[in-house]
Design a protein around this ligand. Structure first.
Ligand code: ZN
Length: 92
């Protein structure tokens, strides 16, 4: 089982324990939008965050830490904006 590091807390875990974040290209956002890649089918680089209690969603504390530390942008090597709906649904 391939292992990845959470960009929030730094824990190394198998991919099934983590949620993948990838960049979706949208006409409205030329730099892209970082969203949950639930099926793991989106191309390009991925950032991984520990899975939270809700299926397919990252853990709130890890998402918050990743946002503070800029880990998502670094992992994706992208200036993509983190999907505000995702942030809202996890941190609200
Ligand atoms: Zn984590």
């Amino acid at each position: 089982m391939p292992q990845r590091r959470c960009v929030g807390c730094g824990l190394i875990a198998s991919k099934s324990e983590l949620v993948r974040i990838a960049v979706a290209r949208e006409a409205a956002e030329p730099r892209g939008r970082a969203v949950c890649d639930r099926d793991g089918t989106m191309g390009g680089r991925g950032a991984y965050i520990c899975r939270g209690d809700e299926p397919g969603k990252p853990a709130a504390e890890c998402l918050a830490a990743a946002m503070r530390r800029g880990g998502i942008a670094r992992a994706l090597r992208s200036g993509a904006t983190l999907d505000p709906k995702l942030v809202e649904s996890v941190l609200a």
